[in-house]
Write a protein that binds this ligand. Structure first.
Ligand code: ADP
Ligand code: ZN
Length: 657
């Protein structure tokens, strides 16, 4: 028997080796082997196996050295093949990734009993909770692919449901994957569940904060087939796991599941593929489920459960304030109601969170007089300002000069709000208004200052700060019991972010921010400042979330946006801007021609300049593809691969959700 082996670091071409007669040759493809190369031994992946020596091979081949053990996951190869095909990458990519996780030196000892977990106490589940547990548990016992969406308001006991299901899987000697959309959250869950479940089953993390040594330990447990709970962000989904019984995706709506770099894998999507292929249940949980998941509960037989009650605290009172009102105030960005509320908080010595979306950076131009926003007629997204005077649509490429007066109220250009506001600026405004207040800034844009950020969050938790000003990172998972006021500086800035799902993402974020208030106390307030009285602001009340869905899904249908259509993008990169322009135009042109010729149900948008249009030395352009059929998109992609286009430009294509 012969095998083609692709080395993990080195040659692109696979090399041929003979299989030593004593090897167990079953399921060789997709496993790791050590092979001789000149004087060394290299690790590689078996990509092909042949009973006979391939005819084109006329020279003598060396024998492979050793077969590395691989977890006994019978579905793994076909799963990797499915996702590779879907993302249009080689299966080898995943093998390389898995291998990278494991450091050079092997760890033999598996040490299970190193922490001393506290026995977890399990509260009596409510009927709402019990129903979900019973339903999913049944499909763990008798394995079936059953996607289930759990919509539970913040603090409604979703984690409690996850815990029971994890234990149920364990009782059947099965492993569970639990993913969270961010490493800090994964760490939090890992610690918590280790404490609560750790003396019953192995609770292990597998993410970028897990040390290589810990990862090797996990690997040896996977090799031994030990049932475990594997917690992470993206990595666990790609690991071979024998006896995988359940996948749980927490915060399923979160954009963190979409990887940012090529090949732009989507962990939630991969998890769904995996559950399907393995024939096991998958539970997706969120206080603010994604439009597409809710849509799937209607159209794709996903199961749907709700948890509507909070166990502690109460829902905050929400007050919306117009920034455009003409009341005299010391600063445009701090309305009178917010000013009064902060003063009251300081007086009562209760804490306040001031939230600013994104970097408070606007990608659109808005009239401060009447709040009109320039937007694209064709795409119904806001137009982006390029330089000082050009407005452009970043989907379809439409552009026009910035008018000198407002199209709505004819106010002068001087009234246009072009840049937005940053956290630093908010801090200094507040410090001016409230000199006695102790104010901290938690803004993870300065990632380099991660340590400082943790310190700020800690001082706020310990109560040595009165006000915390921050962006969305403070919305995730942190528990600040003394916060009874949340102020949102500019709620609608993200609503006009020029992407099709801007409203959905902005609302989810606002609900998360609002959820920081009233975790423990009965009485708390959220003040939402906005330029426009956007209808979506009414839905910041968590209990109305499904009403938002009904409204939003109708508008998606009307505009043929996902989930009614698939959206894919091609990203073109070049160091020379005019070459890029040229190539992008050509490519868009031929895509349209191919779609027409093959009668593919596809709309090609662009080329357009993305929001971030220059990265390092490269200029970027994007072409968007919209279709009701993912297969049509894949066909189109395959047809351009055969083309010469990829020669001089870097193209990243990914079928987005
Ligand atoms: P979520 O994950 O939905 O935000 P959690 O699972 O963290 O909510 O639960 C919120 C709080 O309610 C926790 O302190 C948890 O211990 C408590 N809790 C959850 N379920 C129950 C229950 N059935 N009985 C009593 N307390 C519960
Ligand atoms: Zn447009």
């Amino acid at each position: 028997m012969y095998i083609h082996v692709k080395l993990l670091n080195g040659f692109k071409e696979p090399l041929l080796y003979a299989v030593p007669p004593e090897w167990d040759t079953e399921k060789l493809v997709g496993t790791f082997v050590k092979v001789p190369l000149k004087e060394r031994l290299e690790t590689g992946v078996v990509v092909c196996a042949y009973a006979e020596k391939p005819a084109e091979c006329t020279f003598s081949v060396r024998a492979a050295h050793t077969r590395e053990p691989f977890p006994a996951d019978v579905h793994y190869t076909s799963f990797i093949q499915t996702v590779s095909h879907y993302y249009r990458i080689e299966p080898f990519y995943f093998m390389q990734r898995v291998r990278q996780f494991l450091a050079q030196k092997e760890v033999r000892e598996v040490d299970h009993a190193e922490n001393t977990p506290i026995q977890g106490s399990f509260p009596q589940l409510t009927d709402e909770q019990q129903r979900v547990v019973d339903f999913v548990a049944e499909h763990i016992t008798t394995p079936h692919y059953v996607p289930t969406l759990l919509h539970g308001v913040t603090g409604s006991g979703k984690t409690e449901v996850y815990k029971r299901l994890i234990m149920h899987a364990y009782a059947h000697k099965k492993s569970t994957i639990l993913t969270l959309p961010e490493v800090t959250l994964a760490l939090q869950f890992e610690r918590m569940l280790q404490e609560q479940l750790g003396n019953e089953l192995a609770v292990v993390g597998f993410h970028s904060a897990t040390t290589p040594k810990e990862k090797q330990k996990v690997w040896s447990m996977l090799l031994a087939g030990t049932p475990l709970l594997l917690i992470g962000v993206h990595l666990p989904i790609a690991l071979p796991i024998a006896q995988l019984g359940l996948i749980i995706i927490d915060e399923e709506h979160d954009v963190g599941y979409q990887e940012k770099k090529h090949p732009k894998l989507n962990t939630k999507e991969m998890a769904l593929f995996r559950a399907q292929q393995y024939g096991i249940p998958i539970l997706l949980g969120s206080a603010t489920p994604s439009m597409s998941s809710l849509y799937n509960t209607e159209k794709k037989q996903w199961h749907f459960f709700q948890l509507k009650k909070r166990f502690q605290g109460n829902f905050p009172a929400i007050q919306t304030v117009l920034l455009t009102d003409k009341h005299k105030r010391k600063n445009f960005w701090i309305s009178q109601p917010l000013y009064d509320a902060i003063a009251e908080q300081l007086h009562r010595q209760e804490q306040t969170i001031i939230f600013l979306n994104r970097r408070g950076f606007s990608f659109f131009v808005q009239c401060k007089q009447c709040s009109f926003i320039f937007s694209c007629q064709a795409c119904s997204v806001s137009l982006t300002l390029h330089g000082q005077h050009l407005l452009a649509c970043h989907y379809c490429g439409f552009s026009s000069a910035l008018p000198t007066t407002c199209s709505e109220c004819k106010a002068d250009e001087k009234e246009f709000l072009k840049k937005g506001i940053g956290t630093q600026q908010v801090v200094s405004i507040l410090q001016d208004l409230f000199p006695q207040a102790r104010i901290g800034r938690a803004d993870l844009d300065t990632v380099s200052k991660k340590k400082q950020w943790h310190e700020t969050v800690r001082s706020f938790q310990e109560g040595t700060l009165d006000i915390l000003v921050g962006t969305q990172t403070i919305t995730k998972g942190y528990h600040f019991p003394r916060v009874t006021l949340v102020g949102v500086i500019w709620a609608d800035v993200n609503l006009h972010f020029p992407i099709y799902n801007a409203t959905e993402v902005a609302l989810q974020q606002l609900i998360q921010v609002a959820g920081r208030a009233g975790r423990v106390c009965q009485k708390s307030t959220v003040i939402v400042q906005t330029m426009v009285e956007h209808p979506v602001l009414e839905f910041i009340d968590e209990l109305k979330y499904l009403d938002f869905y009904i409204q939003e899904i109708a508008s998606r249908a009307q505009l043929s946006y996902p989930p009614y259509a698939r959206f894919a993008e091609i990203e073109l990169k070049h160091s020379n801007q005019s070459c890029l322009e040229h190539e992008a135009n050509d490519l868009a042109h031929s895509l349209r021609a191919i779609a027409l010729q093959l009668k593919l149900p596809i709309t090609v948008l662009g080329p357009a300049q993305p929001l971030v249009y220059k990265i390092k030395q490269y200029y970027l352009k994007k072409i968007y593809i919209k279709s009701t059929h993912i297969t049509a998109v894949l066909t189109l992609f395959r047809s351009i691969e055969k083309d010469a286009y990829t020669s001089s430009i870097g193209i990243t294509q990914n079928p987005l959700q």
